[in-house]
Design a binder for this molecule. Sequence first.
Ligand code: TEU
Ligand code: CA
Length: 543
Amino acid sequence: AATPHWWQSAAGYQIYPRSFQDSNGDGIGDIPGILSRLDHLADLGIGFVWLSPVYRSPMVDNGYDIADYRDIAPEFGTLADMDRLIAEARARGIGIVMDLVVNHSSDRHAWFEAARTSREAPEHDYYIWRDPAPDGGPPSELQACFGGPAWTFAPEVGRYYLGFFSPAQPDLNWQNPALRREIYDMMNWWFDRGIAGFRMDVISLIGKDVDAGLFEEGPDLHPFLQEMHRETFAGRDVVTIGESWSVSPETAPLYCGRDRGELDMVFQFNHVVQGWDPVHGKWKPRPFDLPRMKRVLNDWQAALAEDGWNSLFLSNHDLPRHVSVYGDDGAHRVASAKAWATALHLMRGTPFVYQGEEIGMTNRRFADLSEFRDLETLNHHAAETARGVSEDDFLAGANITSRDHARTPMQWSAAPGAGFTAGTPWIGLNPNHEWINVAADRADPDGVFERYRRLIALRRDHPIFVTGHHTPLAEDHPAVLAYLREDARQTALVVANLTSAPAVLDLPEELAGTYSDLIQGGAVTLDRLVSLEPWEARALLRE
Ligand code: TEU
Ligand code: CA
């Protein structure tokens, strides 16, 4: 097999800057704060940081609404701080991957301010406009992701613009070649500053055909990605990660196949959206279904087995804390965090650690609506209650799935501000920071951090976990996720009991034998029947 790319053997770590580390007591995380925590990341062993947006922004969607792609939000710091972050991370062997949000800009971007005032402005065509319907209403009934109509009237030009997410996030018109040139120039400007790549926000939307009603994976998506590749990352040793909520095992190779000249990997959600209700979506979550989760994970391993590359993750800034949803955040919190980490990291793909996951941070209880900050939760509360959902039912759902669970401040210590801030945090801390925090977890050799550190090192030191073939085992087992990784020289076996009850795994005869235990050290001999404690996970290399 070819030598893996750096981004295949490395692990990524996502920072949500607003909630990571505040340096000046204003309650908002910032870039100097990140600089002060780089050693934590270096100790974990990660190869790159995916930094959620730090650009100048009115922060309607915490930076996923960009007003200037070439400047830093003042609450996060300055361009000079950003340059220092790139350099100091690099000095520790860590690349900085920026978040590229180019399906839409902020309505406060200079382009949009020009676009909305005159049909003659060159920037007018950088956005997506339609004339009113005959009755003066919006051109279609399309609803925005964050609630309300997707079309907003701009009186100065007498037309409606598209805001697929919210009116504060007008969609950019990728059909306009001058706009595409602006974006590629901006990307090159960041590459020239030394960043290691881009995570591309909802990239599957850029090829949309609005009139045909084709938004996700529209007809121009792949031509645009190929053009972007030619104009920006071709010839650079960077990583490109495409976020898509619609990509399927069938379409994934189109984004990241070896000869496609598009992206390095897809970042897809099929495994984590499985618990959503067909009518009320994430606000009425269904109980977690482990067998389905196993099937989806295995399907994605198979889909990109020969060509293309998976991202491996369970948490990010849009999702609840996975130990609370797929694990047990009570008695088995530490064991379940470690079991999921083991099961996930040793699959084929690049693992991503979301800030706080490395110490097993959990969902927080939100007592009432006033404690939430996210526009998605607030707007959908209005919509759901308007259609008859009770306050208590909405709160119960949001207490499982709101994006704000991921956005409570990083828990560094038991101190009153959790070591995150000396002031008042912009969103309430999880009170469990008194016992779940970096200082406490890192002091424990059996803690969660130590397991992540070990797994990240294993992938770096054993190419079998990077490029080895993945074969699922015990696919119908209701409790255990198990698989083999194999290359020409070696066989590794990974087994994880993902439940709070003991489990027994029946291995194929030929897998009985002696292994070295890659987590505990030493050798173990397996019979055909392997007994696993609740949330026990093992990584074994055949001797
Ligand atoms: O997310 C894309 C997206 O589809 C989500 O908004 C998703 O629908 C939602 O989180 C489900 O709860 C990306 C970013 O990751 C997200 O933070 C942004 O809000 C969104 O794009 C708009 O830029
Ligand atoms: Ca601050």
